[in-house]
Design a protein around this ligand. Structure first.
Ligand SMILES: NC(=O)c1ccc[n+]([C@@H]2O[C@H](COP(=O)([O-])OP(=O)(O)OC[C@H]3O[C@@H](n4cnc5c(N)ncnc54)[C@H](O)[C@@H]3O)[C@@H](O)[C@H]2O)c1
Ligand SMILES: [Zn+2]
Ligand SMILES: [Zn+2]
Length: 383
């Protein structure tokens, strides 16, 4: 089958790899209809992880079941399904607690597995024609038959639940004010989720014009951090006070101000957003941090950053009595409910999708998405 294969930093290729097979009676083989490129893939693409050449990317996968193993009882050939990016067993202690992003069965020696991702186990990615799905009854979320809402449902694999998880970690409640750093796909989904949960005011901070325009289109208040310190901009708009809740949907590759579209100079400052959300959230508030931080970053700006050891203003965090939550999203906690919001036409997350293209065009799409040019916000690949 054809698949998107990582070659070296800043290069992927569409190559022929071996077809996945039923290896265990619990497996299913899914024929992929949509697989998205994620900001998390870019960390590997840029050589900013320990990912080795040869890995097939793709953890945001949707399709139709082509074949099932003899122990798969509930899912059937022909079912239309979307898979959480987390590979999970459903029966380990963490899965039983709902923490399917920290499954201890699927990636021995580690808590958490995913398709097509470095250090997340042997699971091959789905930016390909077919995907092997283990524990298929547990991992395949059933969707209505047909072609309706294809792009909305594809986002249930990761970014819609992950954005929602950011709001959940911060405990966003009706009437609250929230600052969401990053208006990439995850940040936009976080802002959208805050609004779905009834937030009164949502600030969306980024410096990519198209992304800020998209944030404004759903009712968030865009803040361009190229113009001035975003914390000060928000406090100025709020007559001197901060906000109730903060979400970091940027992660460790955060940059300083500088025009991205012009390819202008931007320094990477891995702790900048962490310190800004501590600064902008009012005392007794809470921070949700779905943005990725890693314990090993070959391209880190100094020896500490290379080990993921970042300097944050913990004194201020303590003084303000702030709570914080981090980590991989446990997609299973939310995906069925968010699916039903889509079916009920109460959520249409696909407003973030900027490009839907054939699998063969993946190398060009990676390059453009990585540069955040030409409006590349969220790309869906159709094999
Ligand atoms: N926790 C999870 O389960 C999970 C799942 C998916 C993605 N992620 C992570 O979420 C993060 C966002 O993902 P994405 O797909 O939206 O990525 P993305 O790279 O497309 O978006 C990040 C955005 O942050 C902006 N940004 C950079 N520096 C900033 C700053 N100082 N202030 C404000 N904005 C800034 C960029 O311009 C960009 O638009 C990534 O770190 C990704 O790995 C986590
Ligand atoms: Zn993703
Ligand atoms: Zn498990």
């Amino acid at each position: 089958m054809k698949a998107v294969v990582y070659k070296e930093p800043f290069e992927v290729a569409v190559e022929t790899v071996s077809d996945p097979k039923i290896e265990h009676p619990n497996d299913a083989i899914v024929r992929i209809t949509s697989s998205c490129i994620c900001g998390s893939d870019l960390h590997m693409y840029e050589g900013r992880t320990a990912a080795e050449p040869g890995i097939v990317f793709g953890h945001e996968n949707m399709g139709v079941i082509e074949e099932v193993g003899s122990a798969v009882k509930d899912r059937k050939v022909g079912d239309r399904v979307v898979m959480p990016f987390n590979v999970a067993c459903g029966f380990c202690k963490n899965c039983l607690g709902g923490y399917t992003g920290f499954c201890t069965t699927v990636n021995p020696g580690f808590a958490g597995g995913a398709y097509g991702y470095v250090a997340m186990g042997p699971w091959v990615g789905g930016q390909a024609e077919y995907l092997q799905v283990p524990f298929a009854d547990f991992n395949c979320l059933l969707l209505p038959q047909g072609k309706e809402h294809e792009s909305d449902f594809a986002l249930l694999a990761d970014i819609f639940p992950t954005g929602y998880h950011g709001a959940e970690l911060a405990g966003v409640r009706p009437g609250e004010s929230v600052a969401v750093f990053g208006a990439g796909p995850v940040g936009l989904m976080a802002a959208y989720s805050c609004l779905l949960r009834g937030a009164a005011e949502v600030y969306s901070i980024d410096h990519v014009k198209e992304r800020l325009d998209t944030a404004a289109s759903i009712g968030a208040i865009p803040i361009n951090y190229d113009n001035a310190n975003p914390v000060q901009q928000i406090k100025d708009l709020r007559k001197g006070t901060g906000v109730d809740k903060g979400i970091d949907a940027v992660g460790y590759q955060a940059t300083s101000a500088g025009s991205s579209a012009a390819g202008g100079e931007q320094d990477e400052i891995p702790n900048i957003v962490l310190n800004q959300i501590i600064d902008v959230v009012n005392p007794t508030g809470a921070l949700g941090i779905p943005g990725l931080y890693v314990p090993s970053d070959p391209g880190g700006i100094d020896d500490n950053a290379k080990k993921g050891a970042l300097s944050i203003n913990f004194g201020k965090l303590f003084e303000k009595g702030l709570r914080l939550g981090t980590g991989q999203c446990n997609v299973k906690q939310y995906n069925a409910y968010l699916r039903d919001l889509i079916i009920a036409e109460r959520a249409n997350p696909s407003f973030v999708v900027s490009h839907t293209i054939p699998l063969n065009d993946a190398p060009d799409a990676y390059s453009k998405f990585d540069k955040r040019v030409e409006g590349y916000t969220k790309v869906i690949l159709n094999p």
